[in-house]
Design a protein around this ligand. Structure first.
Ligand code: ARG
Length: 487
């Protein structure tokens, strides 16, 4: 018994630390007790008979009764009985929910539903159909086809439910799903084709994605080939950053990784970082957050890197990432490589296995774009097992919003007129028709700078080439400056 209590406390603590919810609540369990008239469990829990050797949902209640009986039988002073009952039932409930809950619950439900030929995901499908009504903008939910789902194997149904978990948990999602494996985009081709087409506003029956970093010959490139924003009246160099994403083919994507997968993926990247550190064009260091990793950095150093916008934040504050399983096992398998001049960075273990980025204060977008291109060429060749790519959809990323190029090219730009009052609302709506996104300086879902500085980036990632994104940023800056002077 003490060992069970100890295990319960440890598991409960671990779940809380990982930001996970308690396995299953007593209320949820109670729901399993009847399925219409097919199975009616009585107060002492026929469920236990249906699933032998398992505790049933009534266990805490039964404990309560036994303890009460013992009390009435004179094991302790009569007046203590209410207190003893209370403690016993709370303990029973706690053990039930934290130790036996998950396995038991999953097992029971699965067995019962099978016995009664019910869909294992009937409740989830019901929830999805309700969100379809309440949140028509949730793209994953809108792309879900009930009939198609019903025709899938049990294993595929479970996979698709996991893919959609963040959109189900966050009905207000815009995208509402994350791939869990590099092969998901092919294995669930119909679902992802619809979702990608909707989000990126492309008809994938007509268009195909292709990757291309060559600026030459692309529409919008100035004759001299230089994407120089000083042409738009900007005199001070801007903070520019271009990132792309890559995932190692041989590991599950971030939402489906075990703690060991995360650690092994980071270790697999070790030789790549060593090669970069040895190369005088890069140099720098690898900083790991993983306990026991040879390059583990201190908490202070980590905070310093976060402040300098070099390292990413603990992802547990992002409910999308938490529900998708992407934030799990923090800080295991998390880290970042930083070049000597801090202008080239590789994040390890965020939303994608790798986020590869180049940054500089500059007036010329080419300086950042060219550096990223040169670095990608080096890094991609060294990646053990290669990077996940799809013939139809290009570079594979965990979130479908990044598919294709995985590229986000941005500048920090001061637009006090468009952000009067401290909100980016006006800037967002004015720049939307130009397909430009506006963010705070701390990344996605963060507030804008006090002086009206925002992060602007072209929204396209898919069915657009890398070169076209760089040019879209250039023409975007022009548009922003024009709108700012009008505002
Ligand atoms: N999952 C969120 C949604 O569906 C965010 C999607 C885009 N952001 C990202 N970091 N992938 O709205």
């Amino acid at each position: 018994m003490p060992a069970q209590v100890f295990r319960a406390l440890r598991l409960s603590l671990a779940r809380r630390v990982q930001g996970q919810q308690r396995a299953v609540s007593q209320d949820e369990l109670m729901k399993t007790r009847s399925y219409g008239d097919q199975v009616r469990t009585n107060e002492s829990g026929n469920m236990a008979k249906l699933a032998p050797n398992k505790w049933d949902a009534n266990a805490p209640m039964e404990w309560f009764c036994h303890v009460k009986a013992a009390g009435l039988g004179g094991f302790w002073p009569w007046a203590m009985t209410p207190l003893v009952c209370l403690v016993a039932s709370l303990l029973g409930k706690f053990l039930y929910e934290n130790v036996h809950g998950q396995d038991q619950y999953d097992g029971q439900i699965a067995d019962m539903k099978k016995d009664h030929k019910m869909s294992l995901h009937a409740d989830t499908v019901k929830k999805i159909m309700a969100i379809k009504e309440s949140n028509p903008g949730n793209i994953a939910i809108a792309s879900f086809d009930e009939a198609e789902f019903a025709g899938m194997s049990e294993a595929d149904q479970a996979r698709l439910v996991k893919i959609m978990a963040s959109g189900i948990g966050n009905p207000g999602s815009e995208m509402g799903c994350y791939a869990m494996n590099p092969t998901d985009y092919d294995d669930f081709h119909t679902f992802f084709k619809k979702a990608l087409g909707r989000y990126h506003k492309v008809n994938l029956d007509e268009k195909k994605h292709s990757n291309d970093w060559e600026l030459k010959g692309k529409a919008g490139l100035p004759a001299d080939g230089v994407l120089d924003v000083s042409k738009f009246g900007i005199t001070e160099p801007l903070s520019m950053r271009i990132r792309t994403a890559r995932n190692l083919k041989k590991f599950p994507l971030a939402g489906a990784m075990s703690e060991d997968d995360r650690k092994n993926m980071e270790l697999a990247m070790g030789p790549v970082f060593e090669a970069l550190i040895k190369n005088p064009e890069f140099g720098g260091s690898y900083n790991s957050l993983t306990p026991g990793h040879p390059n583990k950095i201190s908490e202070e150093k980590y905070q310093e890197l976060v402040k300098a916008h070099i390292m990413f934040k603990d992802m547990s504050a992002d409910s999308f990432l938490v529900d998708a399983g992407i934030a799990a096992h923090w800080p295991h398998g998390r880290g970042c490589y930083v070049s000597e001049d801090k202008g080239f960075i590789i994040w390890v273990g965020e939303e994608d296995h790798l986020r590869i980025m180049a940054m500089a204060k500059s007036l010329k977008i080419n300086s950042v774009f060219d550096r990223l291109k040169a670095a990608i060429d080096k890094v991609e060749d060294l990646i053990p097992g290669g990077c996940a790519k799809s013939a139809d959809f290009g570079v594979i990323t965990s979130c479908p919003t990044n598919m294709g190029t995985g590229m986000r090219a941005s500048v920090h730009i001061k637009i006090p007129n468009l952000t009067k009052g401290g909100s980016d609302e006006k800037a967002v709506s004015i720049l939307k028709p130009y397909n430009l996104g506006v963010r705070g300086l701390g990344g996605e879902h963060t507030p804008i700078g006090a002086d009206g500085t925002v992060d602007i980036s072209p929204k396209g990632r898919f069915c657009i080439s890398e070169a076209e994104i760089a040019i879209a940023l250039y023409t975007g800056v022009d548009k922003v400056m024009q709108e700012e002077s009008k505002a």
